[in-house]
Design a protein around this ligand. Structure first.
Ligand SMILES: [Fe+2]
Length: 233
């Protein structure tokens, strides 16, 4: 079945914003790969690490990187939206400007759970952010311990999947569970550098969504409604 996914919700494609792209040339190569696979819209989600960055300096850097990319974008490139992949640290809900890390022009924020063991405070932090009225999407839930995800998904949050789970029997079972429950509202390549093979995996994973593709695409459209868009001039 042909995938109906035309949006990539999670990527590292802004030149110099993080380790995802080291130059405008690399970012343009990434955009070429993305468009060659029929993806029309990509959310740039550079890492935001609260322990070493401030919202203000992150947004300034992102704006500059976005400006540099936008100036070089060509006809046929996908639309680029500006977001962040915000690492959860205890107490981050009290950080000034957290709301400004939503995808620009939307109410949607992409949160990344830490790779360490999660404490009650970790879950409470996510709950507090969801209670702020934001549309919280948890990045690549396939990366973590399924029992911890079970607990996380009891909160008022949704989930994004990376391609990885679609390439193992265990991963497929995990993905099917959260797709069936309607918790998966987004898919993303998590593209770093011009990795064509990784992008093929993403598109292959999108094809495996079968009957869920429409729901996931519609969910992404709805979350990204009103987003600020960078287009080729
Ligand atoms: Fe990422």
């Amino acid at each position: 079945m042909k995938s109906r996914i035309t949006t990539d919700f999670h990527s590292h494609i802004l030149p110099g914003a993080d380790h995802g792209s080291d130059s405008v040339e690399t970012s343009l190569e990434q955009l070429s790969i993305i468009s060659s696979h029929g993806i029309k819209r990509v959310v740039a989600t550079p890492h935001f690490y609260p322990m070493s960055d401030s919202v203000e300096s992150f947004l300034e850097r992102r704006a500059e990187c976005a400006h540099n990319l936008h100036a070089a974008m060509r006809e046929g490139d996908p639309e680029v939206l500006l977001g962040a992949e915000v690492l959860i640290c205890n107490g981050i809900e009290r950080m000034e400007g957290l709301r400004r890390l939503t995808v620009l022009g939307t109410n949607c924020i992409l949160l990344e759970m830490p790779m360490t063991t999660w404490s009650d405070t970790t879950y409470e932090t996510v709950r507090a952010i969801a209670d702020m009225g934001l549309d919280v999407v948890m990045a690549h839930i396939d990366r973590y311990d399924p029992r911890s995800i079970e607990q996380l998904m009891t909160l008022d949050v949704s989930a994004q999947l990376n391609p990885d789970p679609f390439f193992s029997r265990r991963g497929k079972k995990f993905a099917a569970r959260w797709l069936e429950e309607g918790k998966v509202v987004a898919v993303g390549s998590d593209l770093h550098m011009a990795n064509e093979r990784a992008y093929r995996d993403f598109v292959g994973a999108c094809s495996s969504l079968d009957g869920y593709a429409e729901y996931v695409q519609n969910s992404m459209d709805s979350l990204l409604d009103g987003a600020h868009i960078l287009k080729s001039k």
